[in-house]
Design a protein around this ligand. Structure first.
Ligand SMILES: *Cc1c(COP(=O)(O)O)cnc(C)c1O
Length: 429
């Protein structure tokens, strides 16, 4: 496989862009390779600048749920572009998308559009703090909610109550307002609420974690967050930036029958354009400016092209609900074949999957939180990733990410993928 054009492009990019990329994971640093520069994508396939073709399981990290270049989405964007690229004034498509999201997610009465998932969660936290008049945020280790200061926080060592910044440039003063607890651990959550429940503004969670590899919520975990936040008057924020409209037509909220006070969105709701959103209960959302005292704004928020793409993608899903069943079957197929193949070759793996989100961990321990995710042999993952790539399978270049299926993946794609997987297990033996 010749990737010399990508390699040269990366060398030049590094001269002008920090690390040559505009988002760190794209640099392929975790898999000891150089990134591929992508020239185009169509359906389930992406093509690099050297002309190599791959079956894409990254899907722009989630948004391309219908596959690349889906006709209805592309056409909606082109049509919108003919009328202008940005107005900085209200347009009808914003209400249409907000109304659509409200109709799909029962606990969402109102929605504010932003430009990224990071903005959505950052704004949701400010809103929760403004609404409750409290400062403390609870998040869970291994969950990612974007890169705002309050959320780039990691657990302190030992039984430390408070946490520390996970990035340079985040003042420790921010860290002291964020409490990081282990995922799926109800006792730790209960203890935190007993100790400081009246100071907790919000709990934010990935309803299915996808950013430490896929880790599903344990039985009762989300319900426990719901009951404790209700009891103590804290805001429950479900971060559906990844799961929103991937896990069901009403997101994880609908799939698990949980009601949140605020839900954040991104990725799929933009159909590949830069969009985020946060929405929730009317009395909370009315705290947002200009009706309420919590300030939040955006020059390009509600951009007409982005709204057109989002509306087209969500409308297509509403009209083709069967997609969710099909994608469930595709996921189950990969899961089963991966497990069979690893079993046959005597390789210890754990496959975590919820619908179209799937991760392979190279461990013999059940992966239920960040600590157990970290038992995966990342050296093995590196070999696995590079060998799959050589066979034309483009996976996320990190152990701690999900594989994303889309509606565009065909049975042939899946067969090719499991064949490659089987060959790679043979190598890893
Ligand atoms: C991707 C992601 C974000 C951040 O979204 P960006 O658009 O990258 O800022 C936030 N939360 C979750 C759960 C995500 O998966």
């Amino acid at each position: 496989m010749n990737t010399s054009t990508s390699k040269a492009a990366f060398t030049e990019a590094k001269e002008y862009i920090p690390g040559g990329v505009n988002s760190p994971v794209r640099a392929f640093a975790n898999v000891g390779a150089h990134p591929l520069f992508i020239a185009k994508a169509k359906g389930s396939r992406i093509y690099d600048v050297d002309g190599n073709e791959y079956i894409d399981y990254v899907g722009s990290w989630g948004p391309m749920f219908l596959g690349h270049g889906k006709g209805c989405v592309r056409e909606a964007v082109v049509r919108a572009a003919e009328n202008g690229l940005s107005f900085g004034a209200p347009c009808i498509a914003e209400t249409e998308l907000a109304k659509r999201i409200c109709s799909m997610v029962p606990c969402v009465d109102m929605v504010r559009m932003v430009n990224s998932g990071t903005e959505a969660t950052m704004s949701a936290l400010r809103l929760a703090r403004g609404y409750t008049g409290r400062n403390i945020i609870v998040k869970f280790e291994g969950c990612y909610h974007g890169h705002s200061d309050s959320l780039l926080i990691k657990a302190g060592s030992g039984a430390a109550t408070f946490s520390s910044a996970s990035s340079a440039g985040v003042p420790e003063d921010f860290a002291k307002h964020t409490l990081v607890l282990p995922y799926n651990n109800e006792e730790a959550l209960e203890a935190a609420f007993e100790k400081m429940g009246k100071e907790i503004a919000a709990v934010i969670v990935e309803p299915v974690a996808g950013n430490m590899g896929v880790v599903p919520p344990g039985d009762g975990f989300l319900q426990k967050i719901r009951s404790l936040t209700k009891q103590y008057g804290s805001v429950f924020i479900i971060d559906e930036v990844m799961t929103g409209f991937r896990l069901s037509l009403s997101g994880a909220v609908g799939r698990f029958g949980i009601d949140a006070d605020i839900v954040t969105f991104g990725k799929i709701i933009g159909g590949g354009m830069p969009v985020g959103a946060y929405g929730g209960r009317r009395d909370i959302m009315e705290f947002v400016s200009p009706v309420g005292p919590v300030y939040q704004a955006g020059t390009l928020s509600g951009n007409p092209l982005a709204m057109a793409a989002g509306n087209a993608q969500l409308k297509y899903l509403q009209e083709n609900v069967y997609i969710y069943e099909e994608i469930e079957k595709k996921g189950a197929y990969l899961e089963q074949k991966f497990k069979e193949s690893a079993g046959k070759h005597g390789i210890d793996i754990k496959v975590n999957r919820v619908a179209s989100m799937l991760s392979v961990f190279f461990t013999d321990i059940e992966v239920t939180d960040f600590q157990t995710a970290c038992t995966s042999d990342t050296e093995r993952f590196k070999v696995y990733f590079n060998e799959m790539l050589k066979r034309g399978i483009y996976l996320a270049p990190s152990q701690f990410e999900s594989l994303f299926l889309s509606d565009a993946h065909t049975d042939d794609d899946l067969k090719q993928t499991t064949k490659a997987f089987d060959e790679v297990m043979e190598i890893l033996r």
